[in-house]
Design a protein around this ligand. Structure first.
Ligand code: AGP
Length: 614
């Protein structure tokens, strides 16, 4: 997500900060800004768009050559990517400058309080409230470190904050809760960064912080405390990566890094969705409850991986809300003259928000007076802008062309939409909705459990480097998972890979099965006995014909053991949520197989991240 840099030392801070931001560009961003402390005042510049826009502005209007500063590249979440929403944000007396990564969940109530006290907001962001609160604290006479501790105790959500005080030019203070921050330790200088890439050209000595800690850097040293002021110790370590590995957090590919970021991405996408009254709230839904009650049909349109997320959504929405759902490839949608009315809700799923097929489809739907809701990962992109409402996923920028964390967070958004519709339409009781939300909030932990077994999956992938064809089988919500597993393998390993609904096998695809053909089978949880048993029958059928069955099944599922040549266990989760864990081994499998085959995993041949032509 956002990139953060902080510096205090002997070098010109402008150069260190801008260079640090450049090293963090790979994280993706849509605006950039810098603030320097210059003899009692804050000097700041910030621009929408690429870092080059900020650099040009600085050439036109040079900054002072001072040695304390902070910088930021923003990935928009609250408010579009404009100059005014770019960070740093300043307090009203311009004493404090602050940059932020994450989401301050209770910003609306804090903003309301500040506004009632006469503070005029200069942006649409959740961040700005923290700048005003810090300044309020400083006015009581405490220093920036104590001010940060006090403010953080009042903030909810996930955040990294980095701030400077114009009256205290030798100190930069940061805080973290569930959002990345590392300290770089130099000689007579110290650094802060979202990751070590921000400062690796200056120092390879780093310090890791725990959650809910505040860190103060000066030229002379680094001190750490809890939000309550209790002194604490950071964990020092030496970075032995080169710059390109540092950008990828030590991983060889962005895709692999993004697979491992999924627990965080899922958790972030769930943040702030439950109000204080326990009800679900989707802040940019913009469709009224009455609009939603009037909906009698939903059509989901999307392409590629996003289409598979839509297929899972159909199972969830129909089950929880009893509304008929069609899922349609965006490229086919408007050419079949779909039946659309004012009571049809069209849901467009797009990670990038720029896919031309999906964009043309929503334009067609709006002309027919249907309401359009976007599920999107890119704030301010065209599809959400042209929709009536939007649910933003919070995966952060996805650099690898093959979507991974984008998919998981789309699934989360689809579940949220389904539960929200159930709440508005009253098709589920409040406690049932809360129960599913509790289960969703446990999913990051379950995904971690799957990731902890990555080596097992890599070994399996290495065993299959000589195979030219791989099949995937699934049923119910596992069927789109099978399709997505096959797509991943096609995209990056360039192998023939097909996903099938297990029940369809006998209607044709079983003719493909021959001795030794690997088939990855997504076995549903046992809670749905018929489904589970039917899947086992499908597995038996292919195994009887010589296939090598590589089965993903929940922990404790002994019924599958006799039919699995290889068994990868998944955590026990409800059937509708199983895609969130079941797809992860398939992503790891494709990533490792493509690596073994020597392919460029992040930029596969013939593919583009954002397909802006029809
Ligand atoms: C996923 O791995 C692909 N790169 C591709 O199928 C992608 O999901 C599709 O092009 C849709 O993109 P969007 O989500 O940005 O609209």
């Amino acid at each position: 997500m956002c990139g953060i840099v902080g510096y205090v030392g002997a070098k010109p801070a402008e150069g260190v900060v801008i260079e640090g931001l450049r090293r963090l560009e790979y994280r993706g961003y849509d605006s950039a800004g810098i603030a320097l402390v210059d003899g009692g005042t804050i000097v700041s510049d910030k621009r929408a768009g690429k870092l080059a826009n900020l650099e040009k502005a600085i050439v036109d209007s040079p900054l002072p050559q001072v040695t304390t500063g902070i910088g930021h590249t923003r990935w928009a979440t609250h408010g579009p990517p404009t100059d005014r929403n770019a960070h740093p944000h300043l307090g009203r007396a311009r004493r404090v400058a602050l940059v932020h990564n994450g989401i301050i969940e209770n910003f609306a109530e804090l903003r309301q309080r500040l506004e009632s006290e006469g503070v005029e907001m200069a942006s649409d962001t959740d961040t700005e409230v923290a700048a005003h609160l810090l300044e309020e604290q400083l006015e009581t006479g405490v220093d920036l470190t104590v001010a940060m501790q006090n403010v953080c105790r009042d903030l909810e959500g996930a955040f990294t904050l980095v701030a400077v005080d114009s009256q205290d030019p030798d100190r930069v203070v940061a805080a973290r809760r569930n959002s990345p921050l590392v300290v770089g330790i130099g000689e007579g200088e110290n650094f802060l960064g979202s990751d070590v890439a921000a400062f690796i050209e200056h120092t390879r000595e780093a310090m890791e912080l725990d959650q809910d800690q505040v860190v103060t850097i000066t030229r002379e040293g680094v001190s750490v405390s809890g939000f309550d002021g209790t002194p604490a110790e950071g964990r020092r370590y030496h970075v032995d990566w080169d710059l390109s590995a540092a950008e990828k957090d030590g991983h060889d590919w962005f895709m692999r890094k993004e697979i491992f970021e999924q627990p965080r991405a899922v958790a972030d996408s769930l943040l702030g969705r439950r109000g204080t009254d326990g009800l679900l709230q989707l802040d940019e839904m913009r469709l009224s409850d009455q609009d939603l009650r009037d909906i009698d049909k939903i059509i989901i349109i999307a392409a590629g991986t996003s289409f598979y997320a839509g297929m899972v959504a159909k199972y969830a929405i129909e089950h929880w809300c009893r509304i008929p759902v069609e899922v349609e490839l965006a490229s086919e949608f408007r050419y079949r003259d779909p039946i659309l009315t004012a009571s049809t809700l069209v849901v467009a799923i797009s990670q990038s928000g720029e896919t031309a097929d999906t964009l043309q489809a929503i334009r067609h739907a709006r002309v027919q007076r249907s309401k359009v809701l976007a599920i999107c990962n890119t704030n301010g992109s065209t599809i959400p802008r042209e929709s009536d409402g939007v649910i933003y996923t919070h995966a952060g920028p996805e650099i690898g062309v093959a979507s991974t964390k984008g998919f998981l967070t789309q699934l989360v958004a689809c579940y949220l939409l389904a539960l929200y519709l159930a709440q508005v339409k009253g098709t589920r009781y409040g406690d049932e909705i809360s129960q599913v939300m509790d289960q969703l909030e446990e999913m990051p932990g379950h995904i971690e459990t799957v990731l902890a077994k990555a080596e097992e999956v890599y070994a399996l992938a290495r065993d299959h480097v000589d195979n030219r064809s791989v099949l995937f089988l699934g049923r119910h919500a596992g069927y789109p998972v099978a399709l997505e597993g096959a797509l991943k393998l096609k995209e990056i390993a360039y192998l023939h890979a097909e996903g099938f609904a297990a029940g369809e096998l006998k209607h044709g695809p079983i003719a493909l099965v021959e001795e030794g053909l690997p088939i990855l089978c997504v076995v549903p949880p046992r809670g749905r006995d018929q489904l589970h048993d039917k899947m086992i029958s499908g597995i038996q059928e292919v195994r009887a014909r010589g296939a090598r069955t590589l089965c993903l099944a929940e922990e404790g599922d002994t019924a599958i053991t006799p039919y699995a040549d290889v068994l990868i266990t998944l955590p026990q989760v409800p059937v509708l949520l199983q895609p969130l864990v079941a797809v992860v081994p398939l992503q790891l499998f494709a990533c490792e197989l493509a690596t073994q085959l020597g392919h460029d995993v992040d930029q596969p041949r013939n593919l583009a991240k954002s397909v802006t032509v029809e």
